[in-house]
Design a protein around this ligand. Structure first.
Ligand code: SAM
Length: 232
């Protein structure tokens, strides 16, 4: 279970109404039952239920069961698409261990608005589901131009473009360093964006194979390829 509070031996953790409902209403837990907690910072802790009411409750932190496991320093940058598919991308990125998820607006982005808090909640749920101790940050929606202008020194960009022919094997031969993946919207990148991206010294144009993938499929395929070639 994810909580906001700091976790440490002897710490008491008051539960929100929603958490109490989940643990005691849905999961039917009771006083003295063990619960595993994480907050994305302090690893995973075994806690025990000390107060169990329908609307509130309290846990006592006993011992750490896993240290904080940081994912590899991978960013997934993507242009938001339809709501459910954007949720899917965030969920899969968190499951696959992206460290940061960056929604970007591009020339052909169909969705100019996102609910950052909702997407962050999806990242928390995905981390919970896969037993992770780290929750990737979902960044604010950023213009592609701004993202590239503020690009951090040394980070490589895997620019996924269906217009590129060939296979993603090229990636394995590329330099090391922290990486970011960039996935375009349903309409793809504009010619102006392609031209700009291709000349950036840190960008590597990558094909994900001969078929045009949906953006959500492309995000998962790119993360898998990255993990296979460069991940740890
Ligand atoms: N412009 C395309 C069209 O309408 O024909 C489709 C864009 S595709 C649905 C969305 C994004 O997924 C692309 O911008 C690209 O980042 C990625 N993508 C899809 N298929 C790809 C492939 N075969 N190789 C590399 N990237 C791909």
């Amino acid at each position: 279970l994810y909580v906001e509070q700091g976790l440490g031996e002897g710490q008491t953790i008051p539960l929100t109404k929603e958490q109490a409902h989940y643990l005691f209403g849905v999961m039917r837990m009771a006083v003295d039952d063990p619960v595993l907690l994480f907050n994305g910072r302090d690893g995973e802790w075994r806690c025990v239920v000390t107060v169990a009411n329908k609307r509130n409750g309290e846990l006592l932190c006993e011992a750490q069961t896993k240290p904080l496991q940081m994912p590899p320093d991978l960013w997934l940058c993507f242009a938001p698409i339809k709501k459910a598919r954007t949720d899917f991308i965030v969920e899969k990125a968190a499951e696959m261990g992206a460290a940061r998820i960056v929604p970007v607006t591009t020339d052909f982005t169909n969705s100019e608005r996102i609910r950052q808090d909702r997407l962050q909640a999806h990242a928390v749920e995905a981390a919970e589901q896969c037993g992770g101790t780290y929750v990737p940050e979902v960044a604010e929606l950023t213009k592609l131009e701004r993202l590239l202008a503020d690009w951090p020194d040394g980070r490589q960009l895997m620019f996924c473009d269906e217009a590129e022919v060939g296979s993603a094997k090229r990636l394995a031969a590329s330099e090391g360093g922290p990486w970011a993946i960039l996935i375009g919207p349903e309409g793809g990148f504009s010619e102006a964006e392609r031209a700009k991206l291709k000349v950036l010294p840190f960008a590597h144009v990558v094909s994900l194979g001969p078929r045009i993938l949906r953006a959500d499929t492309a995000a998962v395929a790119a993360m898998t390829l990255w993990q296979q070639a460069l991940g740890d």
